[in-house]
Each structure stands twice: as structure tokens, then as C-alpha cells.
Design a protein around this ligand. Structure first.
Ligand code: PLP
Length: 365
């Protein structure tokens, strides 16, 4: 029996995407198998972490890598690393900062909430957050004038949550930071490219292990070796409160192996097939119109279902009814105020398109 159903929870049909609130990714069978075996045996944890980190760096094409409990944990650990380096006394002293560098700079349009407030992840280390510019405008002089002897790092966010226009670009930020020797930490939690941001000048880049990579709950930091060494050392401090078990370390690594092996075009093809299949299933339902639209920055097609005035229900009501059913159908709801429900194909199985049609038929007729 499904372990969730066994404790009385409805099965979820995930048409929302890789969402943390729905458990992010369903891992591949080979990943689940490796995790089950890892959970049932012993290993020297220090050797496991060293080996996984080394191999992960190799697979990601990075100078070095540090696997973490999540991207949020990766941000805390990266900022802590920028504050302390590998100085154990400094690591143990956090959130009291012993060195002169105690400020972290963030552009105002990057102060995002991804389910929790990014600013809090930074402040949790003890760092003082310095927000620069305005939510709709940051210029190089804002960054230049905020940088000082007390700047420990700049955090840069790549995300659909962030304001993308009118902020400084990563190459701009990296160029200014490099002149002052200040590290740039990129939060690329949900992004797909493991090399791009390093190539644009980032010193550390943080990813979620359970988003694009498709692993169990985990995170990844890649970047420059001295900073990654300082990240690893945080396990003697804050990192301990965010630690990762042996089965998730193995699960992350197996998922990463599959991720770097996969042809991006194949995943994209699959997504498009499922989206088109769903569009066909919904074609003759009354009260709605459908169209396929690609994500603004990532190669993800989605089915947009517009709930029309004559449908007898609002988009909000349709979403609530889909969610209340069994199985519970979860959609992507950023555009609900415009009467649009988005169906994301990434975690959707082809046969689930029929379940969605049945549920929508009941709701709309
Ligand atoms: C999802 C997300 C996070 C948090 O990732 P977790 O791995 O779930 O902690 C952080 N930043 C951004 C931009 C995100 O999209």
C-alpha cells in the first residue's frame, strides 16, 4: 500500500511541478533502490561525505562541491563559510561574528520568499543584511557604494521568484565583486544548468537536490575549492543542525548521475508529449480554453487552462475542487487571478491526464 494512503492521506496527482510543498521530486526506481540499501547498512560517514563531495564535483564539472540538506541549508552554509573561512573557532562562535567581515549584500529585487524568506537564511548566520537599490531598480553605483571592508559576500538570486528586470546581472555583479575580492554566492535552487553561473563569475552556486536534479531532499553547493572547504567545515557548527543522512547522500548522488547522463531534449520531449496529451484530453470540455506556453527561462512547456466567464465556476473554485478530490489534483496557481490554471507536466504521469479529465468533467458539467 502507498505509505501516504496507509496513514489516511489522499494520493496526490502532481500537476504543479517540482514543488517543495508536494515533496518536490519522485525519485527514479534506481535511486530509490540505492537509498533503501544504503539505509540498511553502515558506512564511515566522513569517508562517505568526502567521496560523494569529490565525485559530485567531478560530475558537475566544478572545482569542488559540498552536498547539503537542501538549498536553504546551502545558502546558510555558504554565507557562514564566507563569514568564517575554515577557522573552527569562528565557526563555533556563530551567530557571533569574530572577524571584521559581517555584511552580506542583496539586491532589493532578490529579497524573495521561496516558502521561507531568503533574507532570514542570510541573517540566521549572524550576518547583517544590506539590501541595495529598490525593488524595481539597482544600478552599479548602489553596489559600489555598499561594498566595504566589512562586506563578507554578495548573494545573487536566479529564480522566477526574483525581479528579473532592472536588477544588476550576474556578470555585472561578479565583475564589481572581483575587483574588491568579495565572493558572490548564487541561489540557483530551481535552475537546471550546473556550470552556467560559475562561468558568469559566481564563486559559490547553490542548487536544490530535489528540484531539477530530481533527488531526495538534499542540496548542492558548487564552486571554488577554498570556499567549499569552508562550507564542509560548517558541519562542526551550523551544518550539524542541517545534516544529511547516508541514504539521502547516496540518493542525491545516484540522482545526479542520472541527471548528468540524461539528454535534456529527451526530458523536454517527454514534457511536451504529456502536455499535448492533456490538451487533447481536455479539448471538448465546456467553459475552458487551453493553450501550451513555455516557461520564461526554462525549457518547460505547460498547459494553460483559462476558465471562461460562462463556466459557472471561477478558476479559484476549480482549483479548490481539484485539490479536494481523491486523488487530490494539485496545479500551479500563480496566474489564478487572471482566471488561468497551469498544469505542469514534469511530475505528471501520462495516465494521470485521464484522471484530470475525469475530475474536470465532474467540476465543469
Ligand atoms: C526552492 C528554492 C529554495 C529552497 O530550496 P530547498 O532545497 O527546498 O531548501 C531557495 N531559493 C529558491 C530561489 C528556490 O526556488
Amino acid at each position: 500500500m502507498d505509505p501516504y494512503e496507509s496513514i489516511g492521506l489522499p494520493r496526490v496527482v502532481n500537476a504543479a511541478g517540482k514543488m517543495t510543498y508536494l515533496g518536490s521530486s519522485a525519485v527514479l526506481p534506481e535511486v530509490a533502490e540505492a537509498m533503501a540499501q544504503a539505509a540498511q547498512s553502515y558506512v564511515d560517514m566522513a569517508a562517505l561525505k568526502r567521496t560523494i563531495n569529490d565525485r559530485t564535483g567531478g560530475l558537475a564539472g566544478a572545482e569542488a562541491a559540498c552536498v547539503t540538506a537542501s538549498a536553504a541549508a546551502g545558502i546558510v552554509i555558504s554565507v557562514a563559510a564566507a563569514l568564517t573561512g575554515t577557522d573552527l573557532a569562528a565557526i563555533e562562535a556563530l551567530p557571533d561574528i569574530t572577524g571584521p567581515k559581517r555584511e552580506v549584500i542583496l539586491q532589493k529585487g532578490h529579497v524573495v520568499n521561496f516558502g521561507a524568506n531568503l533574507a532570514q537564511m542570510i541573517r540566521m548566520t549572524g550576518a547583517r543584511l544590506v539590501e541595495i537599490g529598490t525593488v524595481n531598480g539597482v544600478k552599479p553605483y548602489h553596489l559600489e557604494s555598499a561594498l566595504s571592508e566589512t562586506t563578507a559576500a554578495i548573494v545573487y538570486v536566479v529564480s522566477h521568484h526574483a525581479v528579473s528586470n532592472e536588477m544588476l546581472t550576474l556578470p555585472q555583479v561578479a565583475a564589481i565583486a572581483a575587483k574588491r575580492g568579495v565572493p558572490v554566492i548564487v541561489d540557483a535552487a530551481a535552475e537546471v544548468d550546473l556550470a552556467l553561473y560559475i562561468s558568469q563569475g559566481a564563486d559559490l552556486v547553490v542548487y536544490s537536490g530535489h528540484k531539477a536534479i530530481g533527488g531526495p531532499t538534499s542540496g548542492l553547493i558548487v564552486g571554488r575549492k577554498p570556499l567549499i572547504d569552508a562550507c564542509m567545515m560548517q558541519e562542526k557548527g551550523y551544518g550539524r543542525a542541517m545534516k544529511l543522512g547516508k541514504e539521502n547522500l547516496i540518493g542525491f548522488y545516484k540522482a545526479l548521475e542520472a541527471y548528468v547522463r540524461q539528454q535534456p531534449e529527451a526530458a523536454q520531449e517527454r514534457c511536451l508529449r504529456v502536455t499535448e496529451e492533456l490538451q487533447r484530453e481536455l479539448a471538448d470540455l465546456p467553459g475552458i480554453a487551453t493553450s501550451i506556453v513555455w516557461d520564461a527561462t526554462r525549457p518547460i512547456p505547460r498547459l494553460l487552462v483559462t476558465v471562461q466567464a460562462g463556466a459557472g465556476r471561477t478558476a479559484k473554485e476549480v482549483i479548490r475542487l481539484l485539490e479536494a478530490g481523491n486523488p487530490s489534483i494539485r496545479t500551479r496557481n500563480h496566474l489564478v487571478d487572471e482566471g488561468i490554471i497551469q498544469f505542469d507536466p514534469r511530475e505528471l504521469k501520462p495516465e494521470e491526464t485521464k484522471i484530470i479529465r475525469q475530475a474536470l468533467t465532474m467540476i465543469l458539467t
